[in-house]
Design a protein around this ligand. Sequence first.
Ligand code: FES
Length: 85
Amino acid sequence: MTSRDSAARSLAELPSASVTVYPDGPLVVRGNFAIKHVDGTDIPSGTTVALCRCGRSAVKPFCDGSHSRATRTRSGQDAGSNSAS
Ligand code: FES
């Protein structure tokens, strides 16, 4: 087997998945993929998951909708968090 054959086989073995970035929301992953803890153990998931990227979810790494309760701007500031009144 040549290194080219090996590279082609490696590409064929890659999972096929897509990631959609939702503004101020989760990363939605669709397709054939695996999610693992840092120790390599599997995190059960289906073929479509929403991954939290705001840090507010109670069910990390998955999104639980908490991002919508505290809308953040793309600059990273909480909307309406200015306590000066
Ligand atoms: S992105 Fe939805 S809870 Fe964090």
